[in-house]
Design a protein around this ligand. Structure first.
Ligand code: GLP
Length: 246
């Protein structure tokens, strides 16, 4: 995994946006795998700026998001569909018909997961997948487990993830959905390129385990060591426990 050290969140966000913009300039009809959470917000702000000030066009871009809470509608302000509209899609020239997120209200879980996988295949696969990392090393909503998950599936969230994400739900853990749809590890690993972003001291342990640790489903992000084109952009705090950096 290639590691790029950023001075701070601002630099990390600019570097991540530049990598995504370069992908779009080189291939205007790219399929982007997108992430939610607080980590990518700065990158999305920079992409909006590049759209407004540097003619970066998303007109032909297609997107597939990593995950969605089960039980939340796309109009719920805590859904990832709502997050993507608020933080990116409403501010760029993307055709919303080309943006895809699992349907949080789907009752046929297996059917929804299968059709999401089929959709990704029908788009020709993901050109660039953006990832954040959870404090327990999860990617998407692939929680620590004893096997690496394969394709898009429905998961039971760990208490530590519910706790970490409660900040988006008035700090009330009881309001956080306990289940989610997520691309699987195999789905993520099939992306041609992967860009992971991490900032802050509370990610330092997860980043160290992802980069320096053994490859194990106990740390789902550690599988990224096996991807041939995975880049981590992280700030100094997130890299503070990682060894072997030049
Ligand atoms: C959630 C999301 C992940 C995200 C993680 C970290 O669990 N499902 O995709 O990477 O949170 O979020 P944050 O960037 O807010 O720390």
């Amino acid at each position: 995994m290639k590691i790029v050290k950023a001075k701070n969140y601002e630099e990390l966000s600019l570097l991540a946006a530049t990598a995504i913009a370069t992908q779009i300039f080189e291939k205007p009809d790219s399929v982007l795998g997108l992430a939610t959470g607080s980590s990518p917000i700065g990158a999305y702000q920079n992409l909006i700026k590049l759209h407004k000030e540097a003619q970066l066009s998303f007109a032909k871009v297609k997107t597939v998001n990593l995950d969605e809470y089960k039980g939340l509608s796309k109009d719920d302000k805590n859904s990832y569909a709502y997050f993507m509209n608020e933080n990116l899609f409403d501010h760029i020239d993307i055709d919303k018909n080309n943006t895809h997120i699992p349907d949080g209200l789907a009752t046929d879980c297996d059917g929804e997961c299968d059709s999401y996988e089929n959709l990704i295949s029908s788009l020709g696969g993901i050109d660039l997948q953006l990832l954040g990392i959870g404090r327990n090393g999860h990617i998407g909503f692939n929680e620590p487990d004893n096997i690496f998950s394969s394709k898009t599936h429905c998961v039971q969230l760990k208490e530590s993830t519910i706790n970490a994400n409660a900040r988006f739900f008035d700090n009330d853990m009881s309001k956080v959905p306990t289940m989610a749809f997520t691309m699987g590890i195999k789905t993520i690993m099939h992306a041609a390129r992967i860009l992971v972003i991490a900032n802050g001291k509370d990610k330092a342990e997860a980043v160290r385990n992802m980069v320096n640790g053994p490859i194990t489903p106990e740390v789902p992000a550690s599988i990224l060591q096996c991807h041939c084109d995975a880049v981590l952009i992280a700030d100094e705090d997130a890299l503070s426990l990682t060894e072997g950096l030049k």
